[in-house]
Design a protein around this ligand. Structure first.
Ligand code: AMP
Length: 400
């Protein structure tokens, strides 16, 4: 992006402004909007005219009873005032994604001005990567910038197909996209060792590819959260009513064998904080993760596990964390996840590189208040997961 001359150019920017809104359409978390500011500011500070496009929610999945789009609910107009505050300047809005009106408005902008076009997912062709739609989008800009890492794993018209309508010199990643890729590559390519991956969350099935890929190149693999109990059961443990995927027991055994064969240290939680119900108010006690009584379930890692995991984390030079260690949404079962967040923050303080990415670990590290104590917190949940799995993301491929 540094190399492009934006002076007087109409710059079509695909941002990820898919922010959560409350019932009054007020933004409850503007992280994604803030993350795109460096790119937008760079363009307007260098004399460009920024035309922003994004999706918001799933309008096609939540149609009105008559089958039409709920435009009031999903319009990007809800974001205009907030972006205007963030940029400290007026922001224009047009109530169509593509078309004569939107194109005419893009031409009317003066250097330094900003226009938001309507929700890309109001267009049926968006998710299909439709060429006609992409061509119409391309009418909105002389230059195309993709800064929407969070949707880079989708081959949609605004993230992928549209790039085909711009010459190589007239398209680029934005700063956010570049940062996400650079930070993920610090883990994937030539990381400083020891490299430790901490994987948690609910299900093994969501993370099979990631686990398999990680075993190929990490030194330590810490597995916590609900998915650990499938591994425990695969090793013959009694896990009571803990979360388990019985059709993944063989896979768990194979992953354990593969780790051993590759010399990867695979760590599972020795002990668990177990509960007699899936509730924050449930009775709780600490037991061995392999000897959980029949009516109890593991909802967090135990003290011994915290100590063992923290020790490994503190002795690591590169850390990747994806997925909480327990049901961190329940305050009584958040201690394990918070302790791991603290250990990752401490290791970072001592010079390690740490990447928190994909899914709920981002929410967990934000909740623990330690987000600014780790090296990088990714904004792209599913996209980061797929990137780490080694998949080629369509939004990235389209740019090359
Ligand atoms: P993921 O999106 O895969 O990172 O999974 C996150 C979800 O896993 C969170 O909602 C957690 O509450 C849940 N989770 C973590 N540990 C457990 C556990 N031991 N039992 C049930 N759910 C869990």
């Amino acid at each position: 992006m540094d190399q492009i001359n934006f002076q007087n150019k109409r710059v079509l920017v695909r941002v990820d402004f898919n922010v959560p809104l409350n019932g009054d359409y007020k933004i409850t978390d503007d992280t994604r909007m803030r993350a795109a500011l460096p790119t937008i500011k760079h363009i307007i500070d260098h004399g460009g005219k920024a035309i922003l496009m994004s999706h918001l929610g799933r309008p096609m999945k939540k149609l009105l009873p008559d089958g039409s789009i709920d435009r009031n609910r999903f319009t990007l107009r809800h974001l205009v005032n907030h972006l205007s505050e963030l940029l400290a300047k007026p922001v224009f809005f047009v109530d169509e994604t593509v078309g004569e009106k939107a194109t005419a408005m893009s031409h009317k902008l003066s250097p330094g001005e900003v226009l938001i076009v309507e929700n890309t997912r109001f267009e049926a062709g968006e998710k299909k990567g439709d060429e006609k739609l992409a061509e119409a989008m391309a009418e909105l800009g002389d230059v195309y910038i993709n800064d929407a890492f969070g949707t880079a794993h989708r081959a949609h018209a605004s993230t992928t197909t549209v790039a085909n309508y711009f010459d190589q010199e007239a398209k680029s990643f934005g700063f956010l996209m570049q940062k996400e890729i650079e930070n993920a590559n610090k883990v994937l390519h030539g990381p400083t060792r020891p490299l430790t991956a901490i994987i948690g969350g609910a299900k093994v099935s969501d993370k099979i590819l990631l686990l398999e890929k990680l075993i190929d190149f990490v030194d330590n693999l810490i597995v916590g959260g609900g998915m650990a109990y499938t591994f425990m059961k695969a090793q013959g443990g009694n896990i009571g009513k803990s979360l388990v995927e019985n059709d993944k027991l063989d896979l768990a055994s194979k992953l354990i064998e593969k780790a051993a064969a590759k010399g990867v240290r695979l760590l599972l939680p020795e002990d668990s904080l177990v509960a007699d119900a899936f509730s924050n108010e449930a009775e709780r006690k600490t037991t061995s993760s392999k000897a959980i009584s029949e009516d109890w379930m593991g909802l967090d890692i135990g003290k011994q596990a915290i100590q063992q995991f923290s020790e490994v984390i503190k002795n690591s030079s590169t850390l990747l964390w994806n997925g909480p260690m327990g049901v961190f949404e329940f305050s009584n079962f958040a201690a394990g996840t918070n302790a791991i967040a603290q250990a990752v923050a401490d290791a970072t303080q001592n010079g390690a590189f740490s990447l928190v990415g994909g899914g709920d670990s981002v929410a967990a590290v934000n909740k623990s208040g330690l987000a600014d104590k780790v090296s990088y917190v990714s904004t792209g949940g599913g996209a980061m997961l797929e990137f780490l799995e080694g998949k080629e993301l369509p939004g990235i491929k389209a740019m090359n």
